[in-house]
Structure formats: structure tokens, C-alpha cells
Design a protein around this ligand. Structure first.
Ligand code: URA
Length: 322
């Protein structure tokens, strides 16, 4: 078997397992298979076409490169939700996230999470974090947003088109924190409006939440040029805004989306694979870590872990109510 045959066999195997994405720039599995066919002599391509299994019925989409590098370690140290029939993973795909049936199953499976794994603790519930904040005297999310729009605390305002302060319910129970605005967010001034944002909307729907019911923001409020990684001085300059948002919104749960947000909030270099699956505390507020939606678009295998993470978030939210 030459390299092409081996690649074809591998891709066909992944497709049979239900995957359509291909972890290379902008190519679906079917596009890659068709590209391979074009390289082959006509007869060989024909016979291979004949042996190809049924095409996936889902629409296939090209994937863009993720903004967040995959973590070095993808490991689940302490799975919170045990695998059980009632715990089936819903489709967490950009093109289809069918959740209604799974929601009912999820409710039935909630008792599986009676014991939560406690994670890292940053600050204490009555911490001094907030008093030290330069925006301590700012009294509303809107006033803070105005300050963010005028911010010159780091050089990013010079290259960005718009600041992206955050959006959603100002007394939301769930606060989603991403890394930094990308190109779409920079254009619009709204967080998570690109392809990853579409997926975030579907992930939230999987736990019965709309974007309007949560507050969505990022660690950085201005886009780093070319989506490069945020620099430490930018994080330092911008963090007081996020801290003040958290203080005013007082969410019941913070959902950290991706390595960068998780490691920044939890003040750790621990890889995301080790941070998932536990309930951390950020100044007393439960904080749950999950994969960044952009990374999830590229790695369909992270659907199940992401589903488990958001179920845990839902569970903690529901526990806070009762
Ligand atoms: N990625 C992020 O981390 N935040 C956004 O707002 C968009 C993409």
C-alpha cells in the first residue's frame, strides 16, 4: 500500500466513524478523498470510488484554522460524568447540534454528577481582588463598556477596529469567557460572532441557554493583530475589565472557553486536558473549563468532553438554584 492508499484508508475509516471534518486547513474528508482521486490514474480512481462507503448525509464544510492552539496534553484526569446510556453525546457540530432528545436524557442522568471534583482555588469568596481594581468605582456594565471602547491601556487599540466589551444578560447566571476578539468580532464589536461563535450558540442551546441569557466576553477586549496570542502586558492591562465584569454580573458559574481563558483565570500553566472535569473556584465562583469552540471545530473527538463540561456547568447552575 503506498502513501496515498494508506491516507485514503485512514480517511475512509474516519468517515465511517461519523466524522466529516479533516484536521488540515479548509478541507473536509470528502474534499480530501476527491483530491486524492484526482492524483490517481483514472481506472484506479474509478475502482476506489466504487468501493467507497455511502457519503455522509450531513453537509460538509471547510474548516478554518483554530485561533487557539490545541493543548499539549488532551487527557481527562477525573471524569465527572460516568458513561451511561442516558448520557449520549449530542451533535456539537457547527452545522448540526441536535439537542432536544438529549436534553431529556441529560436531565435523567443528572444524578450521575452528585459528587463534583473540586479543582483549583483562586482567591477566596470574600477576596480583596475587587477592591484593588482600578474600575472599582464603575457602577454598570454599560459604563464599563464605554471605558473599554476608549481604552488605551495597551497598544492593541491602535490596530483594532472596534473594542469588544462583551454582550448578554448583565445579571446572567452563566458567564462565558473566551480568549480575544477575532476578525469578525473586531468588525462588529460583538464577541463570538464568527463560525466559533455559531458553535458556542449551539453548545449553549444544548444546556437550554440562549446567548441572551448568558454574558459572553473575552480576556482581551481588543483583537491582537493577525489573531496572534495575547501578550502578558496586554492581559495585565485588560484583566481589570474582566474582573470588574465578573464582580458586577456575579455569575453563578464561569465557563472558561479554551486554554488561554482557563489558564489566565486560574493563574496556572496546567494543560486544559487536566483542568477539565473539575469545579474550580474563582473568588468563590464555580469555574468550569472546556475546549474553545474554534478548537472543537477542528477536533470532533472533543465533542463528548465538551458535552460533559457543559453538562457539569448546567448541573452546578441547577444546584445553585435549589
Ligand atoms: N474567539 C474568542 O476567543 N473570542 C471571540 O470573541 C471570538 C473568537
Amino acid at each position: 500500500m503506498d502513501g496515498r492508499e494508506r491516507l485514503r484508508a485512514y480517511l475512509e475509516q474516519r468517515r465511517e466513524l461519523g466524522e466529516s471534518e479533516f484536521v488540515l486547513d479548509g478541507m473536509s474528508i470528502d474534499e480530501a478523498l476527491s483530491a486524492i482521486d484526482k492524483l490517481r490514474p483514472a481506472t484506479a480512481a474509478k475502482s476506489s470510488q466504487a468501493s467507497r462507503p455511502q457519503q455522509a448525509t450531513r453537509p460538509l464544510e471547510a474548516r478554518r484554522a483554530p485561533r487557539v492552539a490545541p493543548p499539549a496534553v488532551q487527557r481527562d484526569p477525573v471524569p465527572v460524568a460516568p458513561a451511561r446510556a442516558a448520557d449520549r453525546v449530542p451533535e456539537v457540530h457547527a452545522e448540526s447540534l441536535h439537542v432536544s432528545e438529549e436534553r431529556a436524557q441529560f436531565r435523567a442522568g443528572e444524578d450521575a454528577m452528585k459528587t463534583e471534583t473540586q479543582g483549583l482555588v483562586v482567591g477566596n469568596a470574600n477576596g480583596t481582588l475587587f477592591e484593588q481594581n482600578p474600575f472599582h468605582s464603575v457602577r454598570s456594565i454599560n459604563s464599563l463598556a464605554t471605558l473599554i471602547e476608549e481604552c488605551t491601556r495597551c497598544p492593541l487599540y491602535k490596530t483594532a477596529k472596534h473594542a469588544v466589551p462583551g454582550t448578554g444578560d448583565q445579571s446572567a447566571e452563566l458567564m462565558c469567557v473566551g480568549e480575544a476578539p477575532g476578525a469578525n468580532e473586531d468588525e462588529t464589536g460583538q464577541p463570538f460572532v464568527g463560525q466559533a461563535g455559531g458553535l458556542l450558540t449551539k453548545i449553549l442551546a444544548a444546556i437550554d441557554l440562549t446567548r441572551d441569557q448568558v454574558f459572553i466576553t473575552n480576556v482581551l477586549k481588543h483583537r491582537p493583530p493577525g489573531n496572534r496570542n495575547p501578550a502578558p502586558n496586554e492581559v495585565e492591562a485588560c484583566s481589570p475589565y474582566l474582573v470588574r465584569q465578573i464582580q458586577m454580573i456575579k455569575p453563578k458559574v464561569i465557563l472558561a472557553l479554551g486554554t488561554f481563558a482557563a489558564q489566565t483565570l486560574l493563574e496556572t500553566k496546567t494543560p486544559i486536558g487536566k483542568l477539565r472535569g473539575a469545579v474550580h473556584r474563582y473568588y468563590g465562583i464555580p469555574l468550569i473549563v472546556t475546549y474553545h469552540p474554534a478548537a472543537l471545530l477542528r477536533n470532533p473527538a472533543w465533542k463528548r468532553p465538551t458535552w460533559e463540561d457543559v453538562k457539569l456547568a448546567r448541573h452546578v447552575l441547577d444546584s445553585a438554584k435549589s
